[in-house]
Write a protein that binds this ligand. Structure first.
Ligand SMILES: *[C@@H]1O[C@H](CO)[C@@H](O)[C@H](O)[C@H]1NC(C)=O
Ligand SMILES: *[C@@H]1O[C@H](CO)[C@@H](O)[C@H](O)[C@H]1NC(C)=O
Ligand SMILES: *[C@@H]1O[C@H](CO)[C@@H](O)[C@H](O)[C@H]1NC(C)=O
Ligand SMILES: *[C@@H]1O[C@H](CO)[C@@H](O)[C@H](O)[C@H]1NC(C)=O
Ligand SMILES: *[C@@H]1O[C@H](CO)[C@@H](O)[C@H](O)[C@H]1NC(C)=O
Ligand SMILES: *[C@@H]1O[C@H](CO)[C@@H](O)[C@H](O)[C@H]1NC(C)=O
Ligand SMILES: *[C@@H]1O[C@H](CO)[C@@H](O)[C@H](O)[C@H]1NC(C)=O
Length: 298
């Protein structure tokens, strides 16, 4: 396996386009040129690691979503709808994906990044805080009662796929970003091991059809990890002011820039909205484009 994952998806996409032309069948309307329209909005769905004010005003933390706009064309509006404490499950139950869908216009983008609040199990119900997804990668369900209401809890990939399908139906394109990382220097030595939610994010993209369907995968943890490795223990430790999960404004900006580098290294048309050249991003801090065989979370 030597091709970047993104190139594999491109291959699949080209193959599908060719097949569609041959059979004269209708392609979904995912013309990437829409994304350069002057009214494009990029909606962000995620947790405190992405949200405005991070875990909350006064905690010294900030979410990386607040910095994405600086790397995008000035005509693009970034709506950071991420919210502290949310998981794919609670974002769904509270109607937050639905509200983004209601606001979408064709040609808009949605970036989804969850994971830090998704672990555990909804069972036993007595200790369920409304966040853990049903364990598993497939169509498993965990029927429960949460806050006196019946809830059929789904798996992480199911929530991401349901939300993405809703966004695609509105003519938007979707980036499913693997969760960023906790402090990789917390043991004293650098260590980053992608967890299962990284794999689940990739799986959801693959099962949705990837770029041919207008859905892209960003290995955000892997890219943020190389930047945090480059910056070293002292800088990184100083920029997790609260705990090992939530970044300072400075580090949130680095995490956002890592996301932008990955966009430039990948194939999603969202990269067309980035104002920075790849050559200016690659370097001593952010690192370089990563080969897919090192970013595949499996
Ligand atoms: C990834 O691909 C590169 C280039 O083909 C190769 O040099 C490297 O050994 C591969 N790494 C892994 C972990 O397979
Ligand atoms: C962020 O914190 C500021 C005060 O520091 C507050 O005015 C603002 O409403 C907060 N924003 C969000 C989205 O919580
Ligand atoms: C941002 O998106 C939310 C949906 O998550 C929407 O309700 C809100 O009106 C949007 N805000 C702006 C300023 O566009
Ligand atoms: C769940 O997935 C399994 C394996 O892919 C499949 O056999 C089964 O029919 C699915 N069940 C439902 C209810 O969709
Ligand atoms: C659930 O029902 C109980 C008993 O009626 C009530 O005391 C409690 O406040 C309810 N909880 C919620 C979250 O609605
Ligand atoms: C860090 O790595 C060094 C060299 O491999 C090792 O001696 C040391 O025990 C490690 N420290 C921790 C805290 O794991
Ligand atoms: C791209 O350039 C803008 C403007 O100079 C800057 O604010 C932003 O941080 C840059 N983005 C990256 C990823 O370096």
């Amino acid at each position: 396996m030597k091709l970047p994952l993104s190139k594999l998806f491109t291959f699949v996409q080209l193959y599908n386009v060719a097949a569609a032309v041959q059979s004269s069948s209708q392609k979904p309307n995912i013309d990437s040129r829409q994304s350069t329209s002057s009214s494009t909005t990029v909606y962000l769905c995620g947790d405190s690691t992405m949200a405005p004010n991070g875990t909350g005003a006064g905690t010294g933390t900030e979410g990386w979503g607040q910095y994405l706009k600086y790397s995008l064309d000035s005509s693009v509006y970034v709506n950071n709808s991420a919210f502290a404490g949310r998981s794919a499950r609670s974002f769904t139950r509270e109607g937050r994906f639905q509200r983004v869908a209601n606001a979408l216009n064709p040609g808009d983008w949605v970036v989804i990044e969850f994971g830090i609040n998704d672990g555990g199990s909804p069972y036993p119900a007595s200790s369920d805080n409304g966040r853990p997804d049903c364990p598993g990668a497939g169509n498993e369900t965990c029927p429960t009662v949460y806050q006196n209401a019946t809830e059929i809890v789904q798996t992480f990939p199911t929530y991401l796929k349901e939300a993405s399908t809703l966004f695609l139906s509105k003519g938007a394109q979707v980036v499913i970003s693997a969760q960023s990382l906790t402090n990789p220097w917390q043991t004293g030595n650098f260590s980053y091991i992608p967890n299962r939610f990284t794999y689940y994010a990739w799986l959801a993209v693959a099962e949705l059809g990837g770029p041919a369907a207008g859905v892209y995968y960003v290995p955000h943890g892997q890219y943020a990890a190389q930047a945090m490795k480059n910056l070293g223990a002292a800088v990184i430790d100083a920029n997790y002011p609260l705990d090992n999960t939530h970044t300072s404004p400075y580090l949130a900006d680095v995490v956002a820039q890592s996301f932008v580098l990955e966009l430039k290294c990948g194939t999603s048309p969202l990269q067309d909205l980035v104002v920075n050249a790849t050559a200016r991003l690659e370097g001593a801090v952010l690192g370089t484009c990563l080969l897919a065989n090192t970013t595949l979370p499996i």
